[in-house]
Design a protein around this ligand. Sequence first.
Ligand code: MLT
Length: 317
Amino acid sequence: MAEAPLVVVADPIDREAVDRLRAGPCRVADVSRDPGKLGGELAHAWGLVVRSRTKVTAELLAQAPALQLIARAGVGVDNVDMRAASARGVRVVNAPAAATQSVAELTITNYLLLVRGLFPAIVATKGGTWERGTHGHELAGRTVGFVGYGRIAREVARRLRPFGVTTVAFDPFVPSSSDGTAIVPLADLLARSDIVSLHAALTPDNQHLLNASAFAAMKRGAFLVNVARGALVDEAALLAALDSDQLGGAALDVFEVEPPMNAKLLAHPRVIATPHLGASTEEAQRRAGGDTVDEVLRALRGEPLTALVAAPAGGAR
Ligand code: MLT
């Protein structure tokens, strides 16, 4: 009798989801706590489950001649060489909706922290300085510009309605919208927005989309929020825009290189930095593991897939 297909879990995902996979019509090699064993398991792998630590490069794919499915327990597939996977006929699935709520909540938290100037106030107060002068602004009446208008940005826009905020968006894949957000060219968005909020998937075409000329086109004193991918932003240009006061501040959950190397940017008094934890809530990780394993089980049973990612990857998150 033929052996059941081998599914290799390369990165840590929800434990209950892995247990459910073990109960499925497959063998499971969980090397998430011992990545050194990945190479040995790949030789016989039918399926590969990753989060973002494992980079699924053409070289890695070459070590997995029997691979049929890559399952990404999260939204972004920029850690998967989609062209190489497609050329090999390896299907790629993700968990597109798992983190929407968590990332939307972090995004709005950052808007409030930035506009109100709370981060420097927190640091000063904890450092023993009691300064109660007029400080920051209200979010009400501001304009938020979404770069990328997919699931997460739409959820942020929906949750912003009670705040009395105007929303505009730029997305080459979204020609119009009927939810109250005006779809505008990028130049208009940059000129109008008090907060520019990044929600685009990273593709070969949009690296450093926010560069020196984009920052120069923004309103003086506007804010940048990036909870999407670090390489959408030219960090050297961002630092210069902060130093010249062209930008009022930035909240960054993602960086060009992670962990980040740019000490000056991290230390900047008007930069809020978090360690790529937009999707790292208990709830989002439970959903990401569960949705991913559901999709792997569907593939093993030969059922239609619900979260197949087209190659090459593009669009908003
Ligand atoms: C995602 O793309 O899902 C997030 O960036 C978080 C993760 O790396 O899993």
